[in-house]
Design a protein around this ligand. Structure first.
Ligand code: AMP
Length: 483
């Protein structure tokens, strides 16, 4: 039984960093992958984000690199030995943060490079010498072509979120990058699914890999309470407000299907008094990092995002995920709701289903192999009227299922002749607060804290959208331990 990190005989600086992170036992992917990587085998791993897979590959790679660890300031003594490739900037920053934390008591250096930023600060970091380079493929190629990154001593390659890299169209970039690397190396590939394309990629670049699958790739965490409400397009914002209020929730991710919809919704919610930030592909890198950071610090309540911008983001303790739009791609449903209920915590995933979404819901049902029951949503404003009707029509009090063991079905059905699927979750706590009219927590015109901060310290002219990444990433690293 090797479920404790202490059984791994990690080098003292690594063991100390792990202990400081508060990890007690290994997650299933760590339990299976770490010993295999320590032995020097290639790995093909099916693991979703949130399973601890970053540590599953980082810790054994850092352990193997400890033999090269040295305090020299000479860049030549710190060649790139491990390359970690990811599909998005946010994921790259997130993985780099974790590597930095695990390596903090060693002399092994790491950095991250990604597009949308000035290349110069990244070049300066690369020129100092780093053992672990975390990168998105396009920007890495820019650095290779500019001769900023020398990869002839790479011993380890990690293709993380490989399915997404292929979805985005990174295959040609990956092939080029891999062609620059020494043939003698260890390659680890992680993917949410093992599609035929992923299998082809693996058979071209992995040697006799050990396959590790910790959970069915399309499984949704059992700790997530999932609801699908029938809500007309015009009622979705009202529904969002009501559920947040009923559940007493402070923070949530809200997913929409388009960049335009994302921006519009974020603006509307902000006007309605919720501290909101938008995360989508048209936002500058600076804005995206600020939005994410503000959410992590609790300065923003709702992060309205599109799938590409949010995939794999590791933000702990997001109590709820709302699918304001049902995703076009059923797999995105699994990824979206993976933001909540992580690492054993319970979470809530609410989807607003319009009548035109039935086919999309059927796709999700097929993928997660679970019957989805559409639930009606009763709005607060409608409730007094319903009570009144109840008295006039049949003289009985209207019961809500679960509140007092009454017989809810007969009481509800006559009002609207539609099928009622009972809400089987425990009733929301009876707090008098919830009977009061909803009051926004902030003045409708209040600007999000991160926007105010940006205005107080405007970007220097000439720097434009390309803020200094070193500073921003460093700031994120500092807050990691508190997130
Ligand atoms: P990942 O799947 O790598 O994105 O990790 C998800 C989250 O789980 C990160 O915040 C990690 O810090 C955390 N984590 C990783 N390994 C463990 C562990 N063994 N015990 C507790 N938390 C962990």
């Amino acid at each position: 039984m090797t479920s404790s990190f202490s059984n791994l005989s990690l080098a003292e600086p690594l063991a100390r960093a792990v202990a400081e992170m508060g990890y007690e036992t290994m997650t299933p992917i760590q339990e299976q992958a770490i010993p295999v990587v320590l032995q020097g085998r290639d790995v093909m791993g099916a693991a979703q984000t949130g399973t601890g897979k970053t540590a599953a590959f980082s810790l054994p790679l850092l352990q193997r690199m400890m033999k090269h660890e040295n305090p020299s300031t000479s860049p030549a003594r710190h060649p790139v030995r491990a390359l970690v490739l990811l599909p998005t900037r946010e994921l790259a920053v997130q993985v780099a943060q974790q590597v930095e934390l695990y390596a903090k008591y060693t002399n092994l250096r790491s950095t991250v490079v990604f597009g949308g930023m000035d290349m110069k600060p990244q070049t300066a970091e690369l020129k100092k010498g780093v053992e672990v380079l975390v990168a998105t493929p396009g920007r890495l190629l820019d650095h290779i072509e500019a001769k900023n990154a020398v990869l002839n001593q790479v011993e380890y390659v990690v293709l993380d979120e490989a399915d997404r890299m292929l979805d985005i169209g990174f295959l040609p970039d990956l092939q080029r990058i891999l062609s620059y690397l020494p043939k003698q190396r260890i390659t680890l590939l992680f993917s949410a699914t093992f599609s035929p394309e992923i299998k082809r990629l693996a058979s071209s670049y992995l040697q006799d890999p050990v396959t590790i699958e910790v959970a069915r790739s399309n499984a949704t965490a059992s700790t997530v309470e999932q609801h699908f409400y029938s809500v007309g397009a015009d009622d979705k914002r009202r529904a969002l407000h009501q559920i947040l209020k009923e559940r007493g929730m402070k923070q949530a991710f809200v997913f929409v299907n388009s960049k335009l919809g994302c921006a519009r919704l974020a603006r509307s919610l902000e006007r309605e008094g919720l501290k909101t930030a938008a995360l989508h592909g048209d936002k500058s890198q600076d804005e995206r990092l600020k939005a994410l950071e503000a959410f992590k610090k609790g300065e923003v309540d709702l992060l309205v995002c599109t799938d590409v911008a949010a995939r794999g983001l590791d933000i702990k303790d997001v109590p709820a995920v709302f699918n304001f739009d049902v995703p076009f791609n059923a797999e995105d449903y699994v990824h979206r709701i993976g933001r909540t209920g992580r690492a054993g915590a319970s979470g809530l995933a609410v989807s607003f289903v319009a009548s035109s979404d039935n086919r999309l819901v059927a796709d999700i049902e097929k993928l997660i192999k679970t019957k989805i029951e559409l639930e009606p949503l009763e709005f607060d404003e409608d409730r007094p009227r319903i009570k009144e009707q109840g008295r006039i029509n049949d003289g009985r009090r209207m019961y809500r299922e679960g509140e007092d063991g009454g017989s809810p079905r007969e009481a509800r059905q006559p009002r609207e002749r539609r099928e009622y699927t009972p809400h089987r979750q425990p009733a929301a706590p009876r707090d008098p607060f919830f009977d009061q009219p909803y009051e926004p927590t902030a003045a409708p015109d209040a600007q999000p804290a991160w926007e105010a901060a940006a205005k107080a310290a405007p970007a220097r002219s000439g720097v434009s959208a390309n803020i200094k990444p070193k500073k921003k990433v460093a700031a994120l690293f500092k807050t990691q331990s508190t997130v």
